[in-house]
Design a protein around this ligand. Structure first.
Ligand code: DX5
Ligand code: ZN
Length: 210
């Protein structure tokens, strides 16, 4: 079923905890953005902050980092359900996949807006999910890049079975387009958090796609 996953991109554990509290019992999945200051300039709160929080969610961890393999043990410690890493800038994705095989979580690749689909062809059999970035990674609140819709349509046509997510720039004016183009899920940050009542905003978006 097509669905929405709220995104949390935070630099400190207090705000992370606040947002998780808002989402508690209001969503099954939560997308956590992890940034190392190398793959992208920005940094985020350490995943270890989640270890102590104990809210029950299915976590999708989005690793915007240069060395994804070094984060996997921590992803397991917080019982991540799905871990996604960027194929760009990694010397040997095969090594990352080998490491990932030691863990039970679903595996996914994220593609920056400019990265074309052939970059993942070789790895398609190794992954459960593909996350297309609708914005350049690093920040919330950016505008959706429309050419990503074409990539999405092409992928949906040629890989009907793959789980396809879109992340970034999605709000009331873009949500229908992403699902029409074939997304299985949309990751939404500011489209929820900029509203005074984030849960009401989430429900409104959900109502638009169901
Ligand atoms: C961008 C992150 C996104 C972001 C989405 O680097 O990967 O997950 O949190 O936020 P919005 O929806 O505001 O673009
Ligand atoms: Zn993300």
């Amino acid at each position: 079923m097509q669905h929405i996953i709220p995104a949390i991109l935070e630099t400190n554990a207090v705000d992370l905890a606040k947002k998780l509290k808002v989402l508690a019992k209001n969503t099954q999945w939560v997308h956590i953005d992890v940034m190392d200051g190398l793959f992208v300039q920005e940094t985020s709160v350490s995943l270890s902050a989640l270890e102590k929080l104990g809210e029950a969610f299915d976590y999708e961890i989005h690793l915007m980092v240069r060395d994804p393999a070094s984060y996997l043990a921590l992803c397991q410690a917080i019982l991540a359900k799905r871990v996604i890493f960027h194929i760009e800038g990694i010397k040997d994705p095969e090594l990352v996949f080998q490491e990932m095989q030691k863990y039970p979580f679903e595996r996914g690749i994220a593609l920056n807006p400019k990265t074309q689909v052939p970059a993942i062809k070789k790895w398609q059999r190794q992954i459960d999910a593909l996350l297309l970035m609708g914005v350049h990674p690093g920040r919330q609140g950016q505008e959706f890049i429309p050419m990503v819709l074409e990539k999405l349509r092409a992928l949906r046509m040629f890989s009907p079975d793959i789980l396809l997510g879109v992340d970034g720039g999605i709000g009331q004016d873009t949500i229908e387009k992403v699902f029409e183009a074939g997304a299985d899920y949309a990751v939404v940050g500011s489209g929820i958090w900029k509203h005074r009542d984030p849960v009401a905003a989430l429900r409104k978006l959900e109502a638009m796609v169901q």
